[in-house]
Write a protein that binds this ligand. Structure first.
Ligand SMILES: Nc1ncnc2c1ncn2[C@@H]1O[C@H](COP(=O)(O)OP(=O)(O)OP(=O)(O)O)[C@@H](O)[C@H]1O
Ligand SMILES: [Mg+2]
Length: 237
């Protein structure tokens, strides 16, 4: 049984086709990358799978159960969560209050205090607990957002450009964290930084103008003629 099974998902916005008949499957424990040019439908895909948007058609199964029409908080309780391309934390609240908010919003059982502390320490946020989240660096905010989702103990986390806006050294550190995250849950990751895909993904799906045009191991996909010519050959080589 697939952890995630997406069959024939489509979505239009007025005259724009954001996704057309897209199929994606993920196995338990797998790290799946998704790449594609700006506007190719990657975020729309995550928005649909995580219940933020309703598809025009298609089938969505998580752990073998239909999740069509389920709200994001319901999906989080089932173990499916996501982070955002533009990081989302409560900027006016301290890191500690953000953590408390995440625990309150989590419908499934909160991790024990020791496990919470271990996550805070792992994400190197211990020294920032009293700081307003809005005063953190972008890298710290991305780690806080990750922490808030991990407190909900997901079995699948969908990351929308987790290294977006980060400096090169921070990208390296985030890749190391995500490498360790693989032991905790399955990961779906959208990225324009190919280093992330090369180093983390077991398999990569490529979207082009809303359609899936390739699906396979990173080594093959990143050499694929069409992917190189229409995407990597331009801005992201
Ligand atoms: N809520 C919306 N209303 C109208 N159009 C939308 C909406 N969300 C996405 N779109 C359109 O759907 C298409 C796909 O957008 P999407 O954000 O999924 O792309 P993306 O692959 O995530 O791009 P990027 O790499 O720039 O983040 C684009 O043409 C976009 O303008
Ligand atoms: Mg996007």
């Amino acid at each position: 049984m697939s952890l995630l099974q997406v069959d024939g998902i489509s979505r239009h916005f007025g005259g724009v086709t954001a996704l057309r008949n897209v199929d994606v499957r993920m196995r338990e424990g797998e790290t799946l990358g998704m790449i594609g040019p700006n506007g190719s439908g990657k975020t729309t895909f995550v928005n649909i799978v995580t219940g933020h948007l309703v598809p025009d058609g298609g089938r969505l199964l998580f752990k073998g159960t239909s999740i069509a029409g389920a709200a994001p908080h319901h999906l989080a309780a089932l173990g499916l969560t996501r982070t955002y391309q533009a990081v989302r934390v409560f900027g006016g609240l301290s890191v500690r209050k953000n953590i408390e908010a995440a625990l309150l919003l989590g419908l499934s059982g909160a991790p024990a205090a020791a496990e919470q502390d271990e996550l805070v320490h792992w994400l190197r946020l211990d020294h920032r607990l009293s700081s307003p989240a809005g005063s953190l660096t972008l890298f710290e905010q991305r780690r806080l957002e990750l922490l808030m989702r991990l407190l909900q103990r997901p079995s699948l986390i969908m990351l929308d450009e987790p290294v977006g806006g980060l400096a090169v050294t921070e990208v390296r550190e985030m890749i190391a964290l995500l490498q360790e995250l693989k032991a905790r849950c399955s990961i779906f990751v959208i990225e324009h930084t190919m280093r992330v895909i090369r180093e983390l993904a077991d398999r990569v799906v490529v979207l082009m103008a809303g359609e899936k045009i390739a699906d396979g191991p990173p080594a093959d996909i990143l050499r694929d003629k069409r992917v190189v010519e229409q995407y990597l050959g331009t801005a992201h080589a």
